[in-house]
Every structure is written in structure tokens, then in C-alpha cells.
Design a protein around this ligand. Sequence first.
Ligand code: HEC
Ligand code: HEC
Length: 229
Amino acid sequence: MSRFTPKFLVPLLLAAAPAIAAAGAPYLDQRHVEPVRGDAAAGATKAAVCVACHGPNGNAIVPAFPKLAGQRAEYIHDELLKFKRGTRPDSPMTALAMPLTDEDIGNLAVYFAAQTRQASPQPAPDTAVLLRGEALYAHGEPERGAPPCQGCHGADANGPAAGPDHYRAWPSLRGQNGEYLVQRLKNYRDGKLADSSNDFIMHGVARTLDDASIQALAAYLSSLPPTAP
Ligand code: HEC
Ligand code: HEC
């Protein structure tokens, strides 16, 4: 276990180990992540087709689709690789990612990471739900084994602060679309995402969340006004 691994993560990472072994290689090993390099201008050209679903500059308007604007380049890069591998289920992305070359993926990742994330119109906030989401995000729920999300996704939910290189592929959640977050957390919880070392980490986390906790976390995170990472 790396000396950077916070103590509360150790049980999660150990819990993930048998799953990794059971799945057998090859899964995407994200324990070492290089910085993504690419040409943002070439990415912008290639992104014309993405706008239909991910919105202008990657600010998706449909709440079930993820925003890409301001997301970490290494995270976008690795997700596109996973879509190409065909293992993020039931997604239109599998077919869309198939023709992308490594160069396209780098260019798209750098382009979307450089865009400014915009706030989405929010449903009228239910204060009790938002407060529960905020508390879960900051402190977790020790009695259910739920870890504080901020330990990995950052106090401001823009992704973890500086640290070991694999942190680069740990995503920003701040101001992300709520319906997308709900669907994604349920997919992790149900073990539908099992193609990378990072999937296994989030599977361990999401297993501790019931539907109400997932709704509260998504409501809270999507309500946060985007800030510069
Ligand atoms: C037909 C609609 C559609 C188009 C066009 C589309 N996407 Fe997507 N994309 C989606 C949906 C839906 C998801 C969520 C899928 C899931 O959770 O499996 C998604 C997810 C993603 C994700 C993962 C985001 C995250 O937060 O994990 C990335 C990265 C992505 N798309 C990149 C792209 C790029 C780059 C393009 C253009 C080459 C593109 N998409 C075009 C619908 C689309
Ligand atoms: C031990 C570290 C860790 C903790 C704790 C953690 N996460 Fe994650 N999370 C990750 C990693 C790593 C990924 C990237 C997974 C992947 O590549 O699919 C991720 C991905 C996600 C995603 C997918 C984002 C997207 O754009 O698709 C969501 C949503 C998420 N986490 C929510 C949470 C919530 C809510 C909590 C607290 C209950 C939490 N995470 C706690 C490490 C963590």
C-alpha cells in the first residue's frame, strides 16, 4: 500500500482485491497514470459530433448525460479507452469511441478539460436532502462503512488535490448533472462497471450507499456552482 494511501481507504482497497483477481487480467490498470498530451484545437474539431449529447463545449443540457467541460483530461482519456473496450454497458459511447485513435482520444481529452464548466438549472432544492448529501460527501457514514467522498474527490469536489500520479484519473464531480450521477453510482453499486482498477475502488464505495444516499449525494453535487479546478 503506498505511503500516500489515506488510512480510511485501506479496507476499501483490500476489499477490491478479490474482485480484481476474480475478474482476471486484462483490466485497465490505473495505478500509474501519465499526463495526457494532445492538441486542443484538433480536439475541438473532432468534438463537433460530441456536442449533440454533451452540449456546447461539453456542458450537457440533458441531465442524464455527463458534462465533460472542466473534467480532468486523464479521466476523460481513460473513460474513452474503457468505452472502446466495450465494457461500460448500455451506452451509446461504445460505438462512438470505437473509431477514435489514441491521438483523437488525447486531443478530445485535452480539449474538454480546458472548457469552462457551467451550472445547470436546478430543481427547487429540498434543504434536508442537500444537507444530507453535503454531510455524506464530507464525512461519509461510518456506521454503514461509507467513506467520506472528499477524501478522494477533493474538498471542493473538483478532484483530489496534488498527490501521487494516479490521482490524475480521479474525476471532478462538482456541478455534474444529477441524473447522470445517480445512474453512475447505481451502476458501480450493482457491479456493472468492472473493467479497471478505479472501477473496483468505486464499486467498493458504492456498495455502502442505499438509494436515498445516492439521491442526496447527486442532488448536493449537482447543486454546487462550478469553480475553476
Ligand atoms: C448519442 C449521444 C452521445 C454522443 C454523440 C456522445 N456521447 Fe459521450 N456519453 C453519452 C452518454 C449517454 C454517456 C454516459 C454513458 C454511461 O454512463 O455509460 C456518455 C459518457 C461519456 C464520457 C464519460 C464521462 C464521465 O463522466 O465518465 C465521455 C468521456 C464521453 N462520453 C465522451 C464523448 C466524446 C469525446 C464524444 C464525441 C466523440 C461523445 N462522448 C459523444 C452520450 C453521447
Ligand atoms: C477511495 C477513493 C474514492 C472514494 C472514497 C470515493 N470515490 Fe468516487 N471515484 C473514485 C475513482 C478512482 C473514480 C474513477 C472510477 C472510474 O474510472 O470509473 C471515481 C468515480 C466516481 C464517479 C463517476 C464520475 C463520472 O463522471 O462518471 C462518481 C459519481 C463518484 N466517484 C462518486 C463518489 C461519491 C458520491 C463518493 C462518496 C460516497 C465517492 N465517489 C467516494 C475514487 C473514490
